[in-house]
Design a protein around this ligand. Structure first.
Ligand SMILES: Cc1cc2nc3c(=O)[nH]c(=O)nc-3n(C[C@H](O)[C@H](O)[C@H](O)COP(=O)(O)O)c2cc1C
Length: 360
């Protein structure tokens, strides 16, 4: 078996059998409360979750994060996820296509257009592949392989450094991303993989001409945790860096305040209420990984069931804050660390308070 394919299978085993989510740190959404409206003045049944993201109308501003592909089992998982995405008209990304590009094998494990003809679909590659020589041609190949609308480029320095066999030279990352983003006609977004992004990196990515950013912060899947739980010589380092990074709420608030391009909030978002808080901080889309991956191991019905519950919770949060459209979150009042602000001046208050509480 190809060593990348084998590693993917090891990761899956850890993600399914072990608790690989953050331990000491949460997403930070627990510090934010949306203010309850005792008289919401909206009809629950008229709540409209639809939103436009990168020129495409979605029924819910939600994405299934890139997770799988490149080994035998992943064909079924990607199809379960994609079918569920099609049923709700939400966005979906396949996992890293490195194995298929490098070996020409397992291509069919990523291909989902026959079951998901209309969704906003993304391919996925790592920035380390760009640094090691993948150019526009390989990225185009990845997009064409699955008839995608664009590509997500993942940043995973924590995973690379904690993996004994990881790639550790990130020096030309911005240059390579800029080349791809400026030369490619399709959408290019850049995502972290569970350690979050600060405003400086986000600004530089915006300058690189990327179409969107997924902050993918701390609070959910930890790649140091995955490494610590698999049979690896880096168990100790994996444990030391388990919660490394920026909590999803903080990363979302910081990046949304800084860039004008669309922002995806992800990393540990598990409920529709957490999604609502991400929208209140300014996110354009939320994305979910691990719970949907686990559901996909069962069936497409389980994925749909999980999504239905999540969407119901998001609608409940909208009803209880008195808004009928996702864009209404801009106007929702929040209480942050117990202090209430009208309208969402709360994002600044949240960052101010968070920094005050955590810097010293
Ligand atoms: C099993 C698994 C495989 C993943 N593989 C990829 C990948 O190939 N490419 C990528 O960009 N992110 C990958 N990720 C990271 C997710 O896309 C996401 O950024 C991260 O898991 C945080 O979200 P979560 O807490 O909702 O899982 C993977 C995550 C999981 C759980």
């Amino acid at each position: 078996m190809n060593k990348n394919s084998k590693r993917k299978l090891d990761h899956i085993k850890s993600c399914v059998q072990e608790d690989v989510e953050s331990q000491g740190k949460g997403t930070g959404f627990e510090d934010i409360n949306l203010i309850h409206q005792a008289i919401p003045e909206v009809d629950f049944d008229s709540i409209d979750l639809s939103a436009k993201f990168l020129d495409k109308k979605l029924d819910v501003p939600l994405m299934i994060s890139p997770m799988t592909g490149g080994h035998e089992r992943s064909k079924e998982l990607n199809r379960n996820l994609a079918t569920a995405a099609e049923s709700h008209n939400i966005a979906f990304s396949v996992g890293s296509q490195r194995v298929a590009i490098e070996t020409g094998e397992f291509i069919e494990t990523y291909q989902v257009r026959d079951v998901a003809p209309d969704i906003l679909l993304f391919g996925n590659l790592g920035v380390t592949q760009l640094i090691q020589g993948y150019g526009v041609e390989e990225v185009e190949d990845a997009i064409d392989m699955i008839d995608a609308d664009g590509i997500g480029i993942h940043l995973n320095p924590l995973q690379e450094v904690v993996q004994p066999e990881g790639s550790r030279d990130f020096r030309d990352a911005f240059e390579n991303i800029s080349k791809i983003a400026s030369e490619l006609d399709e959408f290019v977004y850049v995502k972290e993989t569970g350690s979050g992004m600060d405003s400086e990196v986000a600004s530089k990515l915006e300058e690189c001409d990327v179409d969107a950013i997924d902050v993918s912060g701390v609070g959910g899947t930890s790649w140091a945790g995955v490494e610590a739980t698999r049979d690896s010589s880096r168990k100790k380092a994996g444990n030391v860096f388990w919660d490394w990074g920026i909590p999803t709420s903080v990363s979302t608030a910081e990046v949304c305040r800084t860039v004008d391009i669309p922002v995806i909030s992800s990393g540990g978002i598990r409920t529709g209420l957490e999604a609502a808080k991400a929208f209140a901080l300014g996110a354009d889309l939320v994305s979910v990984g691990l719970p949907l991956f686990r559901a996909s191991l069962d069936s497409e019905e389980k994925v749909i069931e999980w999504l239905d519950e999540f969407i119901l919770e998001l609608k409940m949060a909208m009803f209880l804050t008195g808004i009928e459209r996702v864009s209404g979150f801009e106007e929702v009042s929040c209480s942050v660390f117990g202090e209430t602000r009208e309208r969402f001046k709360s994002r600044d208050l949240f960052l101010e308070k968070w920094e005050g509480d955590h810097v010293d």
